[in-house]
Structure formats: structure tokens, C-alpha cells
Design a binder for this molecule. Sequence first.
Ligand SMILES: CCCCCCCCCC(=O)SCCNC(=O)CCNC(=O)[C@H](O)C(C)(C)COP(=O)(O)OP(=O)(O)OC[C@H]1O[C@@H](n2cnc3c(N)ncnc32)[C@H](O)[C@@H]1OP(=O)(O)O
Length: 257
Amino acid sequence: MLGQIARRLGQLHGQQICNGLNGVRFKETHRHLQSSFKTVRPISTIPLWPFSSRPRDFSQPNSSWSPEMRKAYDHYIALCDTDNENGEKTKGPWRKLPSYNRSIKYATGGIHLSKFIQAENRLFTRSVKEQGATFEYVVFVNKEEKSCVCVFQSGRLLEGAPGHVHGGAIATMIDTVTGTLAGYLSGPIMTANLNIDYRNPMPLGSVVLIHSALDRIERRKTFITCKVTSTDESKLYTEATALFVSISVGHLFGSRN
Ligand SMILES: CCCCCCCCCC(=O)SCCNC(=O)CCNC(=O)[C@H](O)C(C)(C)COP(=O)(O)OP(=O)(O)OC[C@H]1O[C@@H](n2cnc3c(N)ncnc32)[C@H](O)[C@@H]1OP(=O)(O)O
């Protein structure tokens, strides 16, 4: 049995290298196994891999969500694919995208990716653990319409003008949502240009919709338009246009080819 465990650990270690994860987890796993041996638990109950290999989707309802956030979320969820009671799929126009706190945590890609796969790195919008403190959001895409909508609830740590959301936080969300749509439509991209008109101050803690749509694609350029409104769409907070340029993976390693 111990031999099996050792072999399994060896596999996990190998898998970890393939996955580009650093050695910290392995050491923690090893420690966990050692302490498990000391407490003489039945060997069948020792978890061989105590960490979930499934990434956590941060765009799920949580207790920090206001009733308005939940209502907007439920509205779009109802427009996504559903399973009826016969287990048949009913097609909906919208699709909810998952959202992880490390974009390439689960990628495989050899030694080059190790430059980016640092255990402490986090996606900016998902970097604060406290639920509701910063960016609570969910993105839904509509493939037919080449558009997306994000339900966004701002948290107390995003204050700019007293009682209102910081312009940089709004820009972050616009970059995230327009970039998500551009990436969904065009593959790997980077933001080349972002133009923002702030029309009305956004109260801190409010829930807004960030609507993005494809304007046009010209060669490597994907142009996206964006409007940020109240959930009933009666109030316009922000308008933006964004340009994304398609890149090769080599671009992230300093190559322009
Ligand atoms: C998992 C969750 C995902 C959430 C999504 C998050 C999205 C967030 C994305 C980001 O925030 S990326 C970070 C911010 N952006 C950058 O750091 C990009 C820095 N800039 C660059 O790396 C390069 O300048 C860039 C890739 C944008 C373009 O360089 P290239 O050498 O690949 O392209 P090139 O200069 O040949 O230009 C290609 C076309 O784009 C045009 N272009 C490039 N930059 C432009 C610009 N700034 N304004 C207008 N047009 C521009 C350029 O004129 C040309 O047009 P034509 O095809 O018509 O000739």
C-alpha cells in the first residue's frame, strides 16, 4: 500500500510539473501525508490529493450579493441553456462564463509558461478574498448577437469620490468585459486602446449592467463598444469603446512574430 502511495505521489509530482504548478503544493501534500501517517488513520481514508483539482468559479452567487444582484443574475441564468424535467436541453441565447482567480493555473504548456505561473499571482479582479469587498461580477455571452453583459456589484474597497466607485475600478471592469468578449470572438488578444466617457457617478455598492457588443473586426483588430447602465437600463453611467489586437502567444514572451 505504501508503495502505491509513493507511486501515486510520484505521479502527482510529475503531473504538477506538467501543470506548471510550483513545488509548494507538493511539499504541503507531502507534509499532509506524513501527518496523516502519524495519526494512524485507516489508510483508505487518507486523501491522496487533498486539494481540489477543479478550479473555483468565482462568478457564483454568494452571501455578499444584494437582492438586486441576485435578481439580475437570475434573469440572465433563465436565458441560458436549461435542462427540462425529461433531461432534455433547451437552448437559450445566453451562456454564463466561469471566472477563475488565476487564468492559466490549469494550463499545460511546458517550461515557457513557468515564467507566468507564479503561485502568488492572481487575476486582478479576483485577487481579494473577502466576498463583496471589491469586484463581484458575472459575465454572460450571447454568441448569436456577438455581445455580452456583465452583472457587476461594486464593493466598499473600490471607493473613489466619496460614496462612489473609483474611475479606475470602472475602467478595470470595462477592460475585463470588453476583453472577455474580444477574446471569446477573436482568440488571444491584448487591449490596445480604451476610450471611456464617465457620464454619471456610480454609487458604491450599486449593481450595474456592463453591456458590450462587437462593432467590427478588421484584420487583427477587434473593436468593441460598451455601455454601463443601471439594472433597469434607465440610467447611463459610462460609455466606452475598446480596441483589441490579436496576438500570438510569443508576444507575451517578447516576440513580435
Ligand atoms: C480570464 C479573464 C480575462 C479577462 C480579460 C482581460 C482583458 C484585459 C486585457 C488587458 O488588459 S491587456 C493589458 C493592457 N494592454 C497591453 O499591455 C498591450 C500593450 N501593447 C502591445 O502589446 C502592443 O502594442 C499591441 C499588442 C497592442 C499591438 O502590437 P502589435 O505589434 O501586435 O501590433 P501592431 O503595432 O502591428 O498593430 C496592429 C494593428 O493594430 C493597430 N494598433 C495597434 N495599437 C493601436 C492603438 N493603440 N490604437 C489604435 N490602433 C492600434 C495598428 O495600427 C495596426 O493596424 P493595421 O492592421 O490597420 O495596420
